[in-house]
Design a protein around this ligand. Sequence first.
Ligand SMILES: NC(=O)c1ccc[n+]([C@@H]2O[C@H](COP(=O)([O-])OP(=O)(O)OC[C@H]3O[C@@H](n4cnc5c(N)ncnc54)[C@H](O)[C@@H]3O)[C@@H](O)[C@H]2O)c1
Length: 259
Amino acid sequence: MADAEKTKPEGVRVDLTGQVALVTGASRGIGRAIAIHLARCGATVAGVARTVDALQGTLAAIREAGGTAEGFAANVGDSADVARVVEEIEAKFPKIQILVNNAGVTRDGLMLRMEDDAWQQVIDVNLKGTFQFCRALGAIMMRQRYGRIVNITSVSGLMGNPGQANYSASKAGVIGFTKTIARELASRGITVNAVAPGFIETDMTSVLPDKIKAEVKERVPVRRLGEPEDIADLVAYLASPSAGYITGQIIAVDGGMTA
Ligand SMILES: NC(=O)c1ccc[n+]([C@@H]2O[C@H](COP(=O)([O-])OP(=O)(O)OC[C@H]3O[C@@H](n4cnc5c(N)ncnc54)[C@H](O)[C@@H]3O)[C@@H](O)[C@H]2O)c1
């Protein structure tokens, strides 16, 4: 397991026994931590990533700990691929109680120099992908009259961030989308919330120079960068039956950055 997984305490355990959780972008980083933690809480995990190979580490960690997980391949930014993978997952798991839309990409650059392709790819994966999984799983959850949807947004979507016009727009879009569908689905026992991570140590942020990381630490009141497990704990709670009176909320897990 990655160092971060060893250093953090095991986290709050909610009881998700007998439930199925679909987690996108489960191959590494925050998605991997979420998948492992939901499984630790008793859920069967259907992990999605671009390839099943990329998911092997997550699946092995879950199975070694006695949990149950299956891997599915899809590009979440591709409509036809999402429709196909949802059909595949539904055939295996007819009831799905939990959906975590975590897959995300960045293609940073200043707005004046941003190519259409960099704009479109980030919107497609981060925003359109989230919409498509919510629409497909929302239909299943409506029939069940129960569901928990957690979308991963970002403090960039709340505050903006220079160099991330495409990313911030996609994540702000996820926020508006989350609030809207929370209202649409609430009467059917489905809650929809978003978690907005601050600066979390993953592959996505490992490319940033040390100088930037040091500056971020200075700006974060708790004076450390976040770990994927900081996000996974909250996601598990929001995904649990106990969180039935929380919906349409955007909760930052950012060490106080947006306080
Ligand atoms: N790391 C941070 O500081 C941070 C901060 C705020 C928000 N987030 C958000 O958290 C989520 C996870 O980020 P992370 O830091 O773990 O990133 P990461 O790059 O380590 O992992 C991203 C995951 O998404 C998957 N993915 C990317 N594009 C995909 C596609 N087209 N189809 C299927 N899967 C795809 C990757 O395979 C990977 O599993 C993202 O939505 C990201 O925007 C991260």
